[in-house]
Design a binder for this molecule. Structure first.
Ligand SMILES: [Zn+2]
Length: 429
């Protein structure tokens, strides 16, 4: 009998060891020279972040005795960065030719292989979470990259994905081919409210966390300086998309760069406005009162402007000034601004953290820019209970930079330590 009990005890012990995984909950301490916790306005000096398993146990002034310490005493620690607008399946598309070539000459499988490299790059730049806003013709590959990351197959950030995005007939590349030539599209093409609802249902069933819509196209500057556009969806179509997504507890991100696209999106009740180069004051007011986020993606506009102007669209150069004016009005109106870069719209070899400097150039303080990529981004992604600040109980997503981002925000382009969920993903040699 006692032998039987001994066996049961042994089996139970074995199971406990197996279930707890290969890394038992050990305590790790980051010794940070300075720390931005994502809540206050200033840096805390000489802070110790105590990590147990995947979570932060406490932020203390001393290290607990006997704990393993990672020395970051010459660094500034911050919450893991969050980029709320990326395209890991895209390798830069300054010109239409860049874009068409990727869709015409690369298989979805090859593009997915490149995407896994981009996911790793994002993590190494310090982005421990991203909201990837559509695959640009690569189907549902983003949902698989996310799965591979979550299963520990490849390194990468936490991902929310939008799968295929939606646009109407004749509005999105590839365009300009002979009628008899069947070309792929960078989106799921839908017309009519009922078809749009069906597409939302399909995308959600295939793993979309967000529904992405393209709400406008074809930009021009009016004589009064307003950036005008052609709205893609009718208001009825947009409302159907938003209603269907919300009914299924999903949110809608709307690419809207100018007057009418933004206005329709706000009227339809989307959850975030992407790019928003021009937003009318009345729409900014509605965004502030309804809590609709503004994801300005400034850097990419500067990055593609000259190339697109050379291709015959000089409006892209004029848009930069209009964008700055809108950004400043949005801050004044109290609109929530979340950090997003459109990485993939520019080459992933370029560090998306350049957006911090762009935001500061357009009028944010460094601490406002940092918050947009931490606490505000976490709120936008519905993850503020577990991410966005460094405090007890949150997931240990932590980065460190060799300098003071409050005095020079471009130091965010030099992240040399990355931890995701308590696991060290990058450390300066
Ligand atoms: Zn984009």
């Amino acid at each position: 009998m006692s032998r039987k009990i001994a066996w049961i005890v042994l089996i139970l012990m074995y199971q406990t060891i197996c279930l707890s995984g290969q890394t038992p909950h050990k305590t790790l301490v980051l010794r940070c020279g300075s720390l931005f916790d994502g809540r206050g306005d200033s840096l805390r000096k000489n802070a110790f972040v105590v990590i147990e398993g995947e979570k932060i146990k406490e932020v203390a002034s001393n290290a607990p005795a006997g704990a393993e310490i990672v020395d970051l005493s010459s660094e500034t620690c911050l919450p893991g960065l969050m980029d709320t607008h990326t395209h890991i399946l895209l390798q830069g598309d300054i010109t239409a030719e860049d874009y068409d070539e990727q869709l015409l000459k690369q298989s979805a499988e090859y593009r997915t292989i490149l995407a896994t490299v981009n996911a790793r790059r994002a993590l190494e730049y310090g982005f421990t979470s991203i909201r990837d806003l559509e695959t640009e013709g690569a189907g549902y590959a983003d949902a698989d990259v996310k799965k591979a990351i979550n299963n520990g197959v490849i390194p990468g950030p936490r991902m929310q994905v939008a799968t295929r995005a939606l646009d109407v007939t004749g509005a999105y590349p590839l365009q300009g081919y002979a009628p008899a030539v069947v070309v792929p599209h960078g989106v799921q093409v839908v017309d009519g409210a009922e078809n749009a609802r069906q597409a939302v249902r399909e995308q959600i069933s295939q793993g979309a966390d967000w529904i992405k819509v393209y709400s406008d196209r074809s930009y021009r500057v009016r004589e009064d300086g307003v950036l005008d556009d052609i709205p893609t969806f009718t208001l009825d179509e947009l409302k159907a998309i938003v209603d269907e997504a919300h009914r299924e507890r999903h949110k809608v991100a709307s690419h809207a760069m100018a007057l009418q696209g933004v206005h329709n999106s706000v009227q339809a009740g989307v959850d975030s406005i992407e790019h928003g180069n021009y937003i009318a004051d009345e729409d900014l007011k509605t965004m502030a009162s309804r809590g609709i986020y503004y994801v300005p993606t400034i850097f990419v506009g500067e990055y593609v402007a000259q190339g697109r102007a050379a291709e015959g669209a000089p409006v892209w150069v004029k848009m930069i000034q209009i964008h700055e004016d809108t950004f400043r009005r949005a801050m004044k109106a109290g609109v929530k601004i979340a950090f997003g870069t459109d990485a993939g719209g520019f080459d992933w070899k370029v560090n998306p953290a350049k957006e911090f400097s762009s935001m500061v150039k357009f009028g944010m303080t460094p601490v406002q820019a940092l918050r947009s990529a931490t606490s505000t981004a976490a709120e936008l992604m519905g993850m503020k209970d577990s991410l966005g600040t460094l405090e007890a109980g949150k997931l240990a997503d932590i980065v460190a930079v060799p300098g003071d981002p409050m005095s020079d925000v471009s130091v965010m382009e030099r992240v040399d330590f990355v931890m995701k969920g308590g696991v060290v993903e990058k450390r300066k040699p």
